[in-house]
Design a protein around this ligand. Sequence first.
Ligand code: C5P
Length: 333
Amino acid sequence: MASFVEWLDKFCISRHNAGMNYAHSTPHSPSYDRHMVSNAYIVQSYAKINLTLDVLGKRSDGYHELATVMQTVDLYDTLCFVATDEDRVSISCNQPELCNDENLVVRAAHAIRKRLNLTQGLLIELHKCIPVAAGLGGGSGNAAAVLQALQRWWQLPLDARELWSMAAELGSDVPFFLSGGLALCEGRGEKITPLELHWPLAMRWLLLIKPAIAVSTARVFRNLTVNDYSTGAESRTVQAALQSKSPLRPTDLHNSLERGVVEQYPEVAQARNAVLDAGADYVQLSGSGPTLFTSFSTLATASQVQQRLQTQGYEVYLTRPIHSGGDEIQFFS
Ligand code: C5P
């Protein structure tokens, strides 16, 4: 290990000092070569929605036992990693309030450096497009992107199990983003069962509506009552429907956190009504919110509803399901 680390440090620093141009590599680049480590590396980190989020009960470690069906969507942040010759990790971000050592991006990079005793310095440029503290997993996705990017860029000797365990330590949602796509997540969210990406044609366009407030996930979980707990049946129903390509009904979607969030945050209740009034069939909270989502079978209707909501001052993203690994989506009707 020592010789590998010495090689990595010397290699990256000498490349840096040689003043090489940025070389944009991607994980799927055909030119990606075992011995080729460039000075910069760019990846995208996608958002997610929760089709279901069943809270089964409270655990003795203070977390809650979950069953949730998550899907990555085509709304992403971009991370650019630049090798530096300082023995530290720094961050630059288009949202300056996120430039601190508590940012999951920095924590993930520190975790990798500590695990492998690396001294190679790093600047992470983070271009945020996913709303922050919004229930879309932006920060968790960023952390998973750092783990994966550094492993690929620096060709680190970490296997899938080690990456998963580092991801789980960083946050409950982080392991999901290592694979993305469609998955059932259980435990505190870290036990992932990847699902075939079958998606209803009638739900191919997604609108994400972000009320102008930030929500604390910890506070939302703290305010749950036993009446909010469920058996996980909703998640199993949605999983079975998607896997057998059966239609999904809006009533199959469920989020145990929604009651508390709607009660605590009037802005979310107002946004729910606005979405329904604008012509959506249903509206559902993603994660701990405050972002709501709904879906449409045509781009024309989705755009129309988006415009109506934007006219009322709402931040609305028109997006679609995506598999970050590049796998195709199989639509069914
Ligand atoms: O794991 P993560 O740090 O993302 O979780 C944020 C907070 O959400 C936790 O501190 C906890 O209060 C709550 N949480 C929970 N049960 C889960 C996941 C998160 O109570 N399964």
